[in-house]
Write a protein that binds this ligand. Structure first.
Ligand code: GLV
Length: 325
């Protein structure tokens, strides 16, 4: 008998077909976002799940799923998975790294440009019929070329962003848990390793690309925003919770920093409604990896991981090798 799996959210139909040749599949093409109770109920009798960050597998949920053997998260971030609890239960957890690096880095650039050059703010003004004349001081933004880019979280996506900055003659400074090798730094536009404090004080544009964990919760809050230049922009591509959104709203309102570009929010898809009252913030609905080829690659990568795990092979992107022991 084929093992049973749940595909917890809507996905490309061809990926359902692929998985159906290996498993009994329950899919969710209506794309209902399950409550934790519904998830537990849907998961009964399932050996595996292909899910996104909206499904939270914590110790309490896992305890109710004794048959579960594999979780394939269709995301590079995996803060929705309690890895120690997965390991304790010998559940193989995986994510989808690498396939989204370049697409996400492109979007970081889109958000940076839109934020610093006030693209969406000026478009809203134009659409509202307010464009009366050309004026020397309408929508003055800040330059990207020749500026200092500060990247917090210099993993594969951070390095892809740094490489793109070469074309803009930028100076790159970065802060990361571990320093890159000299070769990696050279490849990332000669990025210079600095403390977080130095980065915040020197950067014209700060880009957040670090994973979320209890250790990175509110990496940017009141104190950090106060260290930034009043002309600086902040871009968050990583996860809600890395920035204290209430503190950011205050900083944007009082122009402690110039502007922010946000693809992720605390408690998304709900977000703090005060963001909507501010002109100096660009808001996008968690779409950094959203191109057709990349989302397809992510879905297939998650499927590869799930198939391997349930065929007793090592998933290519296993997050908890200790679960194999
Ligand atoms: C998206 O946010 C991801 O983690 O892939």
């Amino acid at each position: 008998m084929k093992p049973s799996i749940l595909i917890a959210r809507a996905i490309f139909p061809e990926v359902i077909s692929r998985l159906s040749s290996h498993f009994e599949v329950e899919s969710n093409q209506d794309d209902r976002v399950f409550t934790p109770q519904e998830l537990v109920q849907k998961m009964q009798g399932k050996s595996g799940v292909l899910c996104t960050a909206s499904a939270r597998f914590n110790a309490e949920v896992l305890e109710q799923l004794p048959e579960l053997k594999a979780i394939a998260n269709m995301a590079v971030g995996y803060d929705n998975l309690d890895l120690p609890a997965c390991t304790a239960r010998r559940i193989l957890a995986s994510n989808t790294p690498d396939v989204l690096n370049e697409t996400t880095a492109d979007f970081g650039w889109a958000l940076l440009m839109a934020t610093a050059r006030r693209v969406t703010e000026s478009e809203h003004w134009l659409r509202a019929g307010k464009w009366d004349k050309w004026r020397y001081d309408y929508f003055l933004g800040s330059d990207i070329h020749g500026s200092t880019l500060g990247i917090i979280g210099m993993g594969r996506i951070g390095q892809a962003i740094a490489r793109r900055s070469m074309g803009f003659d930028m100076h790159v400074i970065y802060h990361n848990r571990t320093r890159l090798t000299p070769e990696q730094e050279a490849h990332a536009n000669n990025a210079q390793y600095v403390t977080k404090e130095e980065l915040l004080a020197r950067a014209d544009h700060v880009m957040l690309v670090l994973p979320y964990s209890s250790g990175t919760h509110h990496t940017i809050s009141e104190d950090e925003l106060a260290m930034m230049k009043p002309t600086a922009t902040l871009v968050n591509l990583a996860r809600g919770g890395i920035v204290n959104d209430v503190a950011l709203i205050d900083a944007l309102r009082h122009k402690t920093i110039a502007a922010a570009g946000l693809d992720v929010f605390e408690n998304e898809p709900k977000f703090h409604s005060d963001f909507l009252t501010l002109n100096n913030v660009v808001l996008t609905p968690h779409i950094a990896s959203a191109t057709e080829p990349t989302r397809r690659a992510m879905a297939n990568c998650a499927a590869d991981n799930l198939i391997a795990a349930l065929q007793n092979r090592r998933p290519p992107n296993l997050l908890n090798p200790a679960a194999l022991i």
